[in-house]
Design a protein around this ligand. Structure first.
Ligand SMILES: Nc1nc2c(ncn2[C@@H]2O[C@H](COP(=O)(O)OP(=O)(O)OP(=O)(O)O)[C@@H](O)[C@H]2O)c(=O)[nH]1
Ligand SMILES: [Mg+2]
Length: 237
C-alpha cells in the first residue's frame, strides 16, 4: 500500500474532543517508550510526523494523523509510566480507555510490546482488558534490532503462551524495528486488508466500518473467555 500524504490533524485530551468519526482509525498503544510514535512515523513514511523521545511518557494526548484524506493513524499516550499517571490523574487513563472502548470508527489497534522483554504483567493485563472489551487488535513486538532473533522468538512464544487460554484464535502477531524499517510492509498490509473489508461492507450496506474477520473473530471469542477482573484499578487504561 502506498501513502501519498500524512498530515497531523489534531490532538485531543478526551473522547469528546476527538475529530469526527468519518474516517477509519488505526491506533497505537503500549507501554511508555515501547516505540509507538516511532512505528507510526515508519508506517506513515515521515520521520518527524509524531514526536519521538527517549523520555518515557512523552506522548500525553490522543494525536490524530490524517493519511491520504481517507483514514487516520492515532498515537495514544503510553501506559505504565507512574509519573504521567500521577501528573494527569485519571483524565488520560480515562481518555485512552474511553477511546479504545467507545470510538466507533476505531478499526484496529496495534498493541505494542518490547520484543526484548519477557512477558510483563502490565502488558498481559492490558491484553486481557482489550479482549474483555472486544477491542479488535493485532500484537506488534517492537525494537527487534536490539536483540537476537532467537530472543525475539522466545519472548513472543512466552507471551502468546500466557495469553493463549483467553482466545480461541490468537490475534495476529507482527514484529518491527523502526530503526531498520523492519515490519512496515506487513503492518501496512493489515491496514490495507481492513480498509478493503470496510469498502466491501460499504458496497453491500452503507453502515459502520468493521474490521476484517480474522481480527474480529480473535477478539470477540476472547471477550467471552477472558472474564477475570482487573486486579489493579489504578492501571493507566
Ligand atoms: N533501537 C530502537 N529504538 C527504538 C525503536 N523504536 C523506538 N525507539 C526508541 O525508543 C524511544 C521511545 O520511542 P517512542 O517512539 O517515542 O516511544 P513511545 O512508545 O511513543 O513513547 P511514549 O510516547 O513516551 O509513550 C526513542 O528513543 C526511540 O528512538 C526501534 O525500533 N529500535
Ligand atoms: Mg509517543
Amino acid at each position: 500500500m502506498n501513502i501519498s500524504s500524512a498530515i497531523f490533524e489534531c490532538s485531543a485530551p478526551d473522547l469528546d474532543s476527538c475529530p469526527d468519526e468519518s474516517l477509519p482509525e488505526f491506533a497505537f498503544i503500549g507501554r511508555s517508550n515501547v516505540g509507538k510514535s516511532s512505528l507510526l512515523n515508519l508506517l506513515a513514511g515521515k520521520e518527524a510526523l509524531a514526536r519521538v523521545s527517549p523520555t518515557p511518557g512523552f506522548t500525553k494526548l490522543i494525536n490524530f494523523f490524517n493519511i491520504d484524506k481517507t483514514w487516520r493513524l492515532v498515537d495514544l499516550p503510553g501506559y505504565g509510566f507512574a509519573q504521567v499517571a500521577r501528573a494527569h490523574s485519571a483524565r488520560f487513563n480515562k481518555a485512552v480507555s474511553n477511546y479504545l472502548r467507545d470510538r466507533k470508527n476505531l478499526t484496529c489497534v496495534f498493541a505494542l510490546f518490547d520484543s526484548g522483554l519477557t512477558p510483563q504483567m502490565i502488558d498481559l493485563e492490558f491484553v486481557e482488558w482489550l479482549a474483555r472489551h472486544s477491542v479488535p487488535f493485532v500484537m506488534v513486538f517492537t525494537k527487534t534490532d536490539k536483540v537476537t532473533q532467537s530472543e525475539v522468538q522466545a519472548n513472543i512464544a512466552a507471551f502468546t503462551d500466557r495469553i493463549g487460554p483467553w482466545f480461541e484464535t490468537l490475534p495476529p502477531v507482527f514484529t518491527c524495528s523502526s530503526k531498520n524499517k523492519q515490519g512496515r510492509a506487513e503492518l501496512l498490509g493489515i491496514i490495507g486488508e481492513c480498509l478493503a473489508a470496510i469498502q466491501a461492507k460499504a458496497e453491500l450496506e452503507p453502515a459502520e466500518p468493521a474490521p476484517p474477520e480474522e481480527v474480529k473473530a480473535a477478539s470477540s471469542k476472547a471477550s467471552n473467555k477472558a472474564k477475570r477482573k482487573r486486579s489493579d484499578p489504578s492501571c493507566p487504561w
